[in-house]
Write a protein that binds this ligand. Structure first.
Ligand code: RIB
Length: 326
């Protein structure tokens, strides 16, 4: 697809992300400390994160037109995080600066090829259901969103506001994607306004009660999730790849193997890339392939937003993999 084709598909097709914006403070350690114990860590990094903001950045770097809805505190972290999003070309007119609370902060421990996160949500839970819906309306009024635009939400903001925004966006004709991360659920009527749910193995078990341990259980879980939403479902399965069920049918995609540097934002990169591809008009299976590669590349790099690749980097990496026979 050349640039002109992309522009045509992009015409009026955007990704709106309603989600969290965090400052990540991340330390590597040999193991997780026990109660009352202090351990030496190393390789501290401080960088831009937040599941919502990470997904917005991934969608923008893959080529979508992206608008963010959320909130930060009126502090240095908030200013820098919004400037970073704008630097990626993301519209931040619907990101509020709140004087009454701090910017969200995530304390991340990187250990044993994985991570553990403690989140202080701060401003991320400040938007009310009515404010979230008004932000969606404002994007329509300015022509930044339209029928068919993708609306993407996760579980780090106030859940009532998230549910209200999903319902409102869907009723206005947007294609709604929900990523229940960290694991959370929605009221049954809200699930029916979700066009596609994308979650990992742990979240899958918590949301539908089925652990996707093999192909048969993944299928059963996907069917259960599709019954809840009335739409499509994708389960990311770590080094077992991902499985999806939609009107395009059932598909299981292998993972791409890379040397793991930092898994932070791997799932967010998948979601953002997937949403971008959907907004650009690609079939869901192509969206899942691009998302798999983007997220593999993110895992091979350090940090959250710092690790998210552009679409050109993904293409170069795929070519390299082919040349190396992978
Ligand atoms: O998914 C990774 C993200 O989760 C981090 O960037 C951190 O901010 C937490 O929200």
């Amino acid at each position: 697809m050349d640039e002109q084709d992309k522009e045509m598909l992009r015409d009026g097709r955007t990704v709106v992300v309603f989600g969290s914006i965090n400052q990540d403070l991340s330390v590597a350690c040999e193991r997780v400390p026990r109660t009352g114990e202090t351990l030496h860590g190393h390789d501290f990094i401080s960088g831009a994160g937040g599941k919502g903001a990470n997904q917005a950045v991934a969608a923008a770097r893959i080529g979508a037109v992206v608008h963010m809805v959320g909130a930060v505190g009126a502090d240095v972290f908030g200013d820098a995080l919004v400037a970073g999003l704008e630097g990626d070309g993301i519209g931040c007119a619907c990101v509020e600066r709140r004087e009454d609370t701090s910017t969200g902060v995530a304390i991340i421990l990187r250990s044993d090829g994985d991570n553990r996160i403690v989140l202080s949500a701060g401003a991320n839970t400040a938007l009310s259901p009515a404010q979230a819906c008004r932000a969606v309306d404002a994007l329509f009024e300015r022509g930044d969103a339209c029928v068919g635009s993708v609306f993407l939400a996760q579980g780090e903001c106030d859940l009532d506001a998230t549910a209200a925004a999903i319902e409102h966006a869907h009723r206005r004709g947007m294609y709604t994607i929900f990523n229940p991360a960290p694991a959370c659920s929605l009221p049954a009527p809200t699930w029916r306004e979700v066009d596609l749910v994308c979650l990992n193995e742990t979240e899958c078990e918590q949301v539908c009660g089925i652990a996707p341990v093999d192909e048969a259980s993944s299928r059963r879980a996907l069917e259960a999730l599709c019954r809840m939403t009335g739409g499509a479902a994708v389960i990311t399965l770590g080094d077992r790849g991902s499985a999806m069920l939609s009107e395009e049918g059932f598909a299981q995609l292998p993972a791409r193997s890379v040397e793991v540097v930092d898994t932070t934002a791997a799932g967010d990169t998948y979601l953002g890339a997937f949403a971008a591809m959907r907004s650009l008009g690609f079939p869901l299976i192509d969206a899942a392939c691009e998302a798999t590669c983007a997220s593999a590349l993110a895992v091979s790099r350090l940090g959250a937003q710092a690790s998210i690749p552009t679409s050109d980097e993904v293409t170069e990496w795929i070519i390299e993999q082919w040349q190396n026979g992978c």
